[in-house]
Design a protein around this ligand. Structure first.
Ligand code: SIN
Length: 479
């Protein structure tokens, strides 16, 4: 098997991976591995529609962004991490503007949208609803100016760790030895039957990390986005509601009006209510007909709905929630460090406690930028002895009899917006009958975490334990 040594190995080239990579220096040999084709940009960051939140308005304060993040997180946020995000995040956004990134503007300057759970308009956007595409491309350009090697179509198989130190990342026909490794491999929402994520987001790297000895945290917190087109995974951004869209059922009831925050209540509350409406036989619609300049402000949504034969500016669109963001992931501290000396993680595959039990909208691109950069800087300081370790794969994986769709349906039906002991145990039992692979392994861990959390908090709702416990604790997993 071909083998090469790198100072820094990065798994993933979404925004977190690119933010990590651009911290590299001329002297360092940095490699970015990703499983997609070279020309494909697809990632959750690339697909992001909403924006990046930062308290840059004159009437806003980082303290208020902090408070909104902590409030949404339902008692489980790590406050020192939130503080880093809102402070460093604002600096990053201002730096981006200085570097020439063009956020959308209006007559007053940078145009700031509103999303659920934010007490102020603080969501910056670009080319309407194409912030993900624009910012990923911008970072990719910065990365190309550095000494970075990109390795497309490389599927990670295993990470070798010895004496609490990472040694090598093993791909199908290539081994990368390293001084440090950064996981920036995205979330696991595509383990669910209906998801807004690219289909490869199955949390493979999280499984590999856990099997190798890296700790994971809070896997039970899967965030569901309230508004995707019914029968289709396409997202209808929350910023539509920020611009005046509202939810309505087939009895013409504006059912969110009774909640604090109304249509812009936090995502856990909106998803729960839509779930209950649909389960009681109602159809739920997003009415965007009052939005001015919809075609200009939301060009991708306008185009996609047209392709589907829907006239979003004239008629409300039937919607349903979908798995959207994995809050849980590889446990990291404020330095993006895992429990293994030279292994780091950033972005959606990581879990620092930043989002608590419910992520505040538009905090994730910011997280990818801030913690990617922290991981990048810290990882460059690590040094490994050049190891002569003979690489032997422990995992022998074969996916022959495995039907991913069956797994996804179990996750959707029994590990979704509402869970209970019976359903979780049934899913676990069925999954244990399947052939083991990284997807079933992670699904089992998610379910075990959901079973162990005998309370409801944020986006984890147990019908058999509807109360929130007084003490908020994280679920930490080690193999
Ligand atoms: C959206 O545009 O509604 C998604 C934003 C996010 O998930 O942060």
């Amino acid at each position: 098997m071909e083998e090469e040594f790198f100072d820094s190995v990065i798994i993933g080239r979404g925004l977190a991976g690119l933010s990590t990579a651009i911290e590299t220096t001329k002297e360092k040999n940095t490699a970015v591995f990703f499983s997609e084709e070279k020309k494909s940009f697809e990632s959750s960051s690339f697909n992001a529609q909403g924006g990046i939140s930062a308290a840059i308005a004159k009437n806003d304060l980082v303290k208020e962004h902090f408070n909104d993040t902590v409030r949404a997180g339902a008692g489980l946020c790590e406050e020192k991490i939130v503080k880093i995000l809102v402070e460093k995040g604002k600096e990053k956004v201002l730096e981006l503007i200085e570097q020439g990134f063009e956020f959308d503007e209006n007559e007053k300057g940078i145009s700031l949208g509103l999303e659920a759970g934010h007490s102020k308009n603080r969501v910056l956007h670009a080319d309407g609803d194409n912030i993900g595409r624009e910012i990923t491309k911008f970072y990719f350009k910065l990365a190309k100016e550095k000494n970075i090697h990109f390795f497309p179509e490389q599927t990670l198989k295993e990470v070798i760790i010895e004496n609490n130190s990472g040694k090598a990342a093993v791909f199908e026909d290539f081994t990368a030895k390293f001084n440090s490794l950064v996981f920036a491999s995205g979330g696991y929402s595509s383990l669910y039957g209906k998801s807004t994520n690219p289909k490869g987001n199955l949390g493979e790297a999280n499984s590999i990390a856990l099997k190798a000895g890296v700790h994971l945290m809070d896997l039970e917190f899967e965030q569901f986005h309230p508004t995707t087109i019914k029968g289709n995974n396409f997202l209808l951004s929350e910023t539509l509601r920020g611009e005046g869209a509202f939810l309505v059922n087939d009895l013409n009831e504006k059912f969110m009006r009774k909640f604090e925050g109304k249509d812009l209540a936090t995502r856990d509350i909106v998803s729960q209510e839509i779930f209950l409406q649909i389960n009681s036989g109602r159809k739920v619609f997003l009415d965007c007909t009052k939005i001015e300049n919809l075609k200009q402000r939301f060009p991708s949504i306008y185009k996609k709905t047209r392709e589907l034969g829907l006239k979003i500016e004239e008629k409300a669109i039937e919607i349903e929630p979908a798995a959207h963001y994995s809050i849980g992931g590889i446990k990291i501290d404020e330095n993006a460090r895992t429990n293994i000396r030279n292994i780091f993680a950033a972005g959606e595959c990581s879990c620092s406690g930043l989002h608590g039990a419910n992520r505040l909208a538009s905090n994730s691109l910011l997280e990818a930028m801030v913690f990617g950069s922290i991981a990048g800087r810290n990882s460059l300081k690590e040094k490994n002895e050049k190891s002569k370790t003979k690489i032997e794969l422990k995992t022998k994986e074969s996916n022959s009899d495995f039907n991913l769709n069956n797994l996804k349906e179990l996750m959707r039906n029994f590990v979704g917006i509402q869970r209970n002991e019976n359903g979780l145990k049934k899913a676990l039992q069925e999954i244990r009958k399947m052939q083991e692979n990284n997807s079933t392994f992670l699904a089992e861990k998610i379910i075990e975490s959901a079973l162990n959390r005998e309370e409801s908090r944020g986006c984890h709702f147990r019908t058999d334990f509807p109360e929130t416990k007084k003490n908020a604790v994280h679920s930490v997993l080690s193999e």
